[in-house]
Ligand binder design. Structure first.
Ligand code: NOJ
Length: 754
């Protein structure tokens, strides 16, 4: 049965048969019996070496970094030692590499091309944390969709996104890649992003040529790195893991994601990449995940410095037996697995199962039918940075901006700027930065294509005299350029100060111990304030910043994150009032780094804060409250909430209840409000958080208009893990809270009976 010609004939017939077989019996994962048969038939033909090749992922810009350094990854592609490539893109380049695999390998198994398409491929969208501030899941799906269309046109099949790690520590630079601190919001956005990447809302299957397979990362609890230091240890109770950290991964998988990336960190003593509890017990057995697990880069190799294995062989053994299917870049599977099988430390059936999972996805993606399905360079050009894509980027940027503060001066709110304004000083090191508008993980995007704030303002205020001065650099201590900025300010009617971080100050390996505005920027801000001119602070940053002085002293503050290609246009529209800001914080902004971790869904403690009692849970030198609470965000209009009511005041544990509230636009212009629905279980067998988000709705209201919003509270919403770690609804009183921010709600009480 090892005769190559016979084999090839058999294989071609089999593939042809498979390709023509009907798609009936499609299961919810999109796989079907025909695919399973094709996978089995192909697997039966493969040597152990070929199987291991399918479990090996190489970067195209580095050679494998494993124990035996190799050069010439293309030779390895030709000899079938590689099943997938990342960091290679463009239709032409991926086609070239694909040809090497198809034309040179015995079984002609196509390569899978992956890339970190995190917030846009060529058209850049706001950093994910910023986009989460839109609380707009349709928007998140749409931007992921655009990213997928562009990435697929450039030859990619697979994105290492969405990143769904819950993060409660803004020192951690990777907080910028996720959706913030809340499991409910994080789950909704995780699912939306998966639907967007995979075109699920449009009824697409993975075989469509404009979708990319999502990879949920980083599994699990990477966001809980101690002290916010990247790659650091995580240690938490199973309750916190399951209630806070796991829900977004689960939501992404339920939405249809069929690949998962195992995290760098150890969790409760076991590195995530060698963690059977996570990768097999939870992911596959509890959640019925049918896709494959890829490591995060060299996370198998890193189990050696984690000190749980002595060498590469032990690392590989631990990883594959725990449930890892594909080794990214580390070379451990490539160099160790065959030996481990021979030694009986890894069974061939374990390898087969991993290969099956990878091949299944390759079949589902239609790679065997159309290995060059993404090689069309005309299509690539036509689908990249189209006017429509740029419009989605602008829309996302607008909706991500959060108006943190907008005081009145002589009876008038500082923002929006009057259309008659004559002279505007635009100062600060981020005011004319294009590249920084991208934020972290903007791999294939071109910073030169971004609109800076200065450009956006010039376009929007053509009649105004715009004075620009950089003032200082982002992160050094020179004050030499202060004077020019002060002079510009002194001549202006308003000062727009664009301050914050560089885009490299968040993202991977970008933890900060001080989360203030870096360098001398705050000194510049203080000087600008002394001019007596109204100052608008436009913050650009990838994480929550601690800005107690600015929050106290600067009358208007706009949180503009890193908004992507159309950043400057979107900010100018908001400053001008063409777009009425609608973003709400998806994460708490602390007053000081010393308060971290600070999150809205904390527990009460046995000694909740009482300012009159020293022996209660608080600090000597700072309040417990955040600078800006989770869910906070202002508008140029105002909203009033009233008549919070329950359909019935008492329900049984198995019943659901509707909760309604009236929201009125009490200002003078149309606006968008995001109503947030929280609960608190007042007495339970285990302490419950003082607030837990259970729903949110965005509503457009004209001036004076009132709408009634209704949320449904289900038994699922009331469930939690009891002392025996069983998910239950317990009878008792539930505080119901609805409002425009976690720190501003109306409340009522619901009774839950047995
Ligand atoms: C390491 C990062 O942690 C991960 O998020 C990314 O997908 C991989 N590198 C591949 O670039």
């Amino acid at each position: 049965m090892r005769h190559p010609i016979l084999l090839l004939a058999f294989l071609s017939a089999m593939l042809l048969f498979g390709a023509c077989s009907s798609p009936e019996k499609r299961s919810t994962t999109g796989t079907n019996d025909a695919i399973e048969q094709r996978v089995d038939s192909l697997l039966a033909l493969m040597t152990l070496e070929e199987k291991i090749g399918q479990l090996t992922l190489y970067s195209s810009d580095f050679d494998v970094t494993g124990p035996t350094m190799r050069s010439g990854y293309l030779d390895d592609v030709k000899s079938g030692k590689v099943g997938a490539i990342f960091n290679a893109f463009t239709a032409a380049f991926t086609t070239k590499i694909q040809k090497l695999a198809i034309e040179n390998t015995r079984l002609k198994i196509p390569l899978l091309f992956g890339y970190d398409v995190i917030h846009g491929f060529k058209t850049a969208f706001p950093v994910p944390l910023g986009e989460a501030a839109s609380w707009d899941t349709a928007l998140c799906a749409r931007s992921a969709r655009v990213a997928a269309v562009e990435a697929a046109a450039a030859g990619l099949h697979w994105t290492f996104a969405p990143m769904v790690d819950i993060a409660r520590d803004p020192r951690w630079g990777r907080i910028t890649e996720g959706a913030g601190e809340d499991p409910h919001l994080g789950s909704a956005i995780a699912a939306a992003r998966v639907r967007g990447f995979q075109g699920i809302n449009e009824g697409k299957t993975l075989a469509a040529n404009d979708v990319v397979l999502a990879c949920v990362k980083h599994f699990a609890a990477y966001g809980a790195a101690e002290a916010g230091r990247d790659y650091n240890t995580t240690d938490m109770s199973d309750r916190v893991l399951r209630e806070i950290y796991l829900p977004p991964y689960k939501a992404a998988i339920d939405a249809g994601a069929l690949s998962v990336m195992s995290a760098f960190n150890e969790l409760n003593g076991v590195p995530a990449t060698g963690n059977q509890y996570l990768l097999t017990d939870i992911l596959r057995n509890e959640w019925k995940f049918k896709g494959f697990v890829v490591t995060d880069y060299t996370s198998i190799n890193e189990m050696i410095p984690h000190n749980v294995v002595a060498d590469s062989a032990e690392a590989g053994e631990l990883a594959i037996n725990a449930g890892v299917d594909m080794d990214m870049q580390g070379g451990i599977f490539q160099f160790q697995l065959a030996k481990l099988v021979k030694q009986g430390r890894v069974s061939e059936s374990t390898i087969n199962e991993a290969v099956r999972r990878v091949l299944r996805l390759k079949f589902m993606l239609g790679l065997f039918e159309a290995p060059y399905g993404r090689s069309d360079t005309t299509r690539e050009r036509e689908r990249t940075m189209t006017p429509e894509h740029l419009e989605v980027s602008l829309d996302a940027a607008r909706k991500s901006i959060v108006l943190l503060k907008n005081d009145s001066l002589k009876g008038n709110a500082i923002l929006p700027l009057a259309s008659t304004i004559k002279t505007i000083a635009i100062v600060g090191p981020l005011a004319d930065s294009k590249r920084d508008m991208l934020g972290a993980w903007a791999g294939a995007c071109d910073g030169n294509k971004c609109i800076s704030l200065l450009e956006g303002m010039k376009k929007r205020f053509p009649q105004a005299n715009i004075l620009y001065a950089k003032g200082c650099n982002i992160n050094d201590d020179s004050t030499n350029a202060f004077n020019a900025a002060l002079q510009a300010a002194s001549k202006a009617d308003v000062v727009i100060a664009a301050l914050g971080e560089t885009s490299e100050m968040s993202g991977e390996a970008a933890s900060r111990s001080n989360i203030g505005i870096p360098g001398v920027q705050e000194d510049l801000l203080k000087k600008l304030a002394t001019t007596g001119k109204p100052v608008v602070l436009v913050l650009m940053n990838g994480r929550p910043l601690a800005i107690p002085w600015a929050a106290q002293n600067i009358p208007a503050i706009v949180e503009a994150w890193f908004l992507g290609t159309r950043a400057g246009d979107a900010i100018a529209e908001v400053l001008a009032g063409d777009y009425n800001p609608s973003g709400k914080l998806p994460v708490t902004f602390p007053r000081s780094v010393g308060q971290i971790p600070l999150y809205y869904n904390h527990k009460n403690t046995g000694r909740p804060i009482n300012p009159k009692d020293k022996y209660t849970s608080k600090y000597l030198d700072i309040q417990n409250t955040p600078q800006f609470a989770f869910g906070h965000g202002l508008s140029y209009t105002t909203f009033a909430y009233s008549a919070l009511r329950l359909e019935k005041s008492s329900i049984k544990t198995s019943e659901q209840v509707r909760v309604s509230i009236d929201v009125q636009n009490t200002g003078t212009r149309e606006g968008v409000e995001t109503a947030q629905f929280y609960i608190r279980d007042l007495v339970a067998s285990v302490p419950r958080p003082v607030q837990e988000l259970r729903g949110f709705q965005k509503v457009v209201l004209k001036a004076g208009e009132t709408k009634t919003l209704t949320f449904t509270l289900t038994p699922e919403d009331l469930m939690f893990y009891n002392r025996q770690m069983k998910r239950v609804v317990e009878p008792g009183d539930i505080k119901i809270m609805v409002g425009g921010s976690s720190d501003n709600t109306l409340t009522t009480t619901l009774k839950v009976t047995q």
